[in-house]
Ligand binder design. Structure first.
Ligand code: SF4
Length: 259
């Protein structure tokens, strides 16, 4: 069902003690029974989350959201973080999808060569400290690229990890104050599969080789039948998400940079 109410732009958000929190709660209440497309239209055409971009990993399920976004606004900036540790198949798939979906504004984000040379000269940081490697190659370059945006669209879904089980359409990224828009938050794996089949969308080639969730090559392994689809990501480690930050109490908190 499409929302027909007038929507207040983010810049006019509430007047309570925490206007952004109020605004996000209001958006989640308003869109509670709405579709992914309805949420995307509100974000991209009506500006309910301010100036937004999309962040995509061009991973196993990314094509569904990319297709939905392209139908609403094919000129939206799409940020793709190239950690320079990705599978070659992901880089090729990214180029093919951009062309096929007619996405006109793909922005490839990388850490600066000088920074990589200083902090990971032998490309082995991931073997010693995956959090530091993700921060260097993914989180920090992405946060830099997100400056100037009020929010970003992600493909995160509730089913993907315990840390995402309560995910809503709109959430506040608490260390930046940006809004994350998660149009597929309520989609199940079957919804993604059905959408890809109905729209004849091309699959990431690594899926057929046993990779239902695809990140960087050194940190992604194939998954056996019956295993959690994300169990091949940082296998054997407690880590389940790429992003981390230190909260106001000094605790390490994982954030879902992994789009
Ligand atoms: Fe580094 Fe692995 Fe994180 Fe990629 S997923 S940035 S290789 S630690």
């Amino acid at each position: 069902m499409e929302n027909t109410q007038n929507i207040t732009p983010l810049s006019l958000a509430g007047s309570g003690p925490d206007p952004l929190q109020d605004k996000v709660a209001e958006l989640n209440a308003r869109f509670k029974h709405h579709s992914a497309t309805s949420v995307l239209k509100a974000a991209l055409r009506e500006g309910v989350a301010g100036k937004v971009t999309m962040v995509s990993s061009f991973g196993a399920e990314s094509v569904a959201l990319l297709h939905l976004v392209a139908m609403v606004d094919r000129n939206v900036p799409v940020l793709f973080v190239d950690t320079e540790m990705l599978f070659t198949e992901t880089l090729v798939y990214q180029m093919e999808l951009a062309e096929r979906l007619n996405l006109s504004n793909i922005q490839i984000i990388r850490a600066r060569a000088k920074t990589l040379a200083a902090e990971d000269p032998y490309r082995t940081l991931h073997q010693r400290d995956t959090d530091a490697c993700c921060a260097l190659r993914k989180t920090r370059p992405l946060q830099k690229a997100l400056r100037g945006f009020d929010g970003w669209i992600t493909g995160r879904k509730r089913f993907q990890a315990g840390t995402r089980s309560a995910l809503e359409f709109f959430e506040i990224e608490d260390h930046t104050g940006r809004i994350k828009v998660n149009p597929l938050a309520h989609w199940a794996p079957e919804d993604v599969r059905a959408y890809m089949e109905e729209n004849r969308l091309p699959k990431h080639p690594m899926i057929a080789r046993g990779y239902p969730s695809i990140g960087c090559a050194p940190c992604t392994s194939p998954v056996k039948d019956g295993e959690d689809p994300r169990s091949g990501r940082w296998r054997g480690q407690e880590k389940t998400e790429c992003g981390i930050h230190v909260d106001s109490d000094g605790k390490m908190v994982r954030t879902g940079v992994d789009a």
